[in-house]
Design a protein around this ligand. Structure first.
Ligand code: COA
Length: 179
């Protein structure tokens, strides 16, 4: 693992509709390469229109953002945070579609993306907790979340059924106000 001063320069910014094609390709390769990590399948995602992908990408202040990480101008990682719209649940947000391309892994791209995303969440008035679900098979992801203060509050047995294999998911939460 690199130490901080050896890390490659990384640009992290909110994606927008103009990033739709590169985001689509990254997400599709993630669904193909890491089928145990995600609730959606590559075949389902392949049917998405670029218009639909673009519509979902634009940041909505305080409500939704997809951050992208760029190494030498190439999109190599992304993650999305969405605040719950229901009035009684607006203190909660969820993170999903967390992915770093294999060639870019182990260089703290995921950590730097998640740090930026959690800073974004902490700046939203009234947002008190961030939640996510992670397949128990995803060791790197579980370490990444635990290091940023996420703790497990539930285990969902057989949350996913992938190619005949049952996959359990941990549900994790990070209380922004300490809980
Ligand atoms: C999870 C993921 C985003 C991490 O990205 P990354 O840029 O490689 O992660 P980082 O370099 O920031 O490292 C984050 C943590 O994972 C650990 N890690 C990285 N690669 C690892 C590996 N192959 N095995 C075990 N731990 C690993 C790091 O050591 C670090 O933990 P530490 O702080 O305790 O040392 C990436 O591995 C990925 O996209 N995985 C497949 C998809 C997935 O699992 N998504 C999550 C869905 S909930």
């Amino acid at each position: 693992m690199n130490t901080t001063n050896q890390l490659p320069a990384l640009d992290i910014r909110p994606l927008n509709a103009e990033d739709a094609e590169r985001y689509f390709l990254l997400r599709l390769s993630g669904l193909e390469e890491s089928p145990l990590a995600f609730g959606h399948g590559a075949d389902e995602y392949r049917r998405e229109s670029l218009e639909a992908v673009a519509a979902g990408l634009n940041e909505v202040a305080g409500e939704r953002v997809t951050l992208g990480a760029f190494l030498k101008g190439e999109l190599v990682g992304a993650m999305t945070l969405t605040r719950d719209p229901a009035l009684k649940q607006r203190h909660k947000a969820s993170i999903y579609a967390v992915y770093v391309a294999p060639a870019a892994r182990g260089q703290r791209v995921g950590e730097r993306l998640l740090t930026t995303l959690m800073d974004w969440a902490r700046a939203v008035p009234g947002l008190l907790q961030v939640q996510l679900s992670v397949s128990v098979t995803q060791t790197a992801a579980r370490r990444l979340y635990a290091a940023q203060g996420f703790t497990v509050y539930g285990l969902e047995r057989r949350a996913l059924h992938v190619n005949g294999r049952d996959i359990d998911e941990e549900h994790m939460v990070c209380f922004l106000d300490g809980g």
